[in-house]
Design a protein around this ligand. Sequence first.
Ligand code: ATP
Length: 365
Amino acid sequence: KYAKKLHGSSTRRQEKSTAPHRPRVIFSGIQPTGIPHLGNYFGALANWVKLQREADPSDELIFSVVGWHALTLPQDPKALQTARMDMIALILAVGIDPKRSIVFHQDHVQNHTELAWILSCSTPVGRLRRMTTWKSRLAVSRNANDESEIDDSLLNAGLLTYPVLQAADILAYRATHVPVGDDQQQHLELCRDIADTFNRAYKQPSTLFPLPHHMYTPTRRVLSLKDTSAKMSKSAVDVNSRVVLTDTAAQIKAKIRGATTDSIQGITYDPVNRPGTSNLLLLLAACTDEDVDEVAKRYANKNHGDLKADVSQAIEEAFKGPRSEFERLRGETEYLLRIAEQGAAKAQERSDATMKEVRKRIGLA
Ligand code: ATP
């Protein structure tokens, strides 16, 4: 119901096409690194639900909990185990239907790591070093601003190579569309390049990998509530920088009340000069499925207190359904294990077909 409320009107906006539908393979993943926040929800998860509702029956939808990616940062094994299960419950709680979409743990399907290895053997290290995620890890590790001074001897190799694993996640299913936030744009470009390199090297009998397209939502980047130069993140140390799906109404209210804004009178949507205020407007627009400029117009003569009160209420409306569904589902351990197992079996079958072809083409059949 809440997903319909959020995105119900978008069907009307869809353009009618007379061209025959070409089945899409839609793939996306989320790390089991904590409870999803507003950015994960509006940048990715809500879009998965919308796609599931609007997809053609011939489209395939594949959603993965990407546990191997989580290992790029230190993880407590017990907490990781819980987070993996919770993430399956959360994906279902937001409205993903395991009868329609494949939901599985990445680490249950070994094809991902095998393909990642094969692809890493044709990916230049220089290309990986240019990833902004790698550069920011380097900068943090040395607390350095001048890139010429930083050295990578203490960082793990997984941090450098995980974009190749991400490419393998996508290409193992020959995915055509990838609904993710804009923090993943550079990784998806790399994935397209990796696919293109493979396609050119192993042309026969026909191109193996489609070049996947990025699917954005209007809320492609939600900012941290505390540091508006950063995106909202599950792993950020300050828990007040994010509103997560399990936050109570009171917690949501407190976090939004404490969100960084500015001291300019009135409310305007100006992401460059007023990032905090614009972030709140964007969140309200996402919750009510409205255009952000329309929302901004309504608040032109109001103040930050009014805006924050309404944003908190709208988030509570959007999150209360998934929150209670998650609380119900997380106790259903056997059901969750079964869903993950069935999802892995389907993912295995789909990716086996790709791997058979990859092995044959590279001479490792
Ligand atoms: P972590 O902080 O542990 O790296 P994360 O919050 O970045 O986690 P991921 O699990 O890496 O989240 O990403 C899951 C999905 O959520 C991806 O599609 C990603 O693009 C999207 N996403 C993450 N953060 C944001 C954000 N702040 N705004 C919009 N989309 C986001």
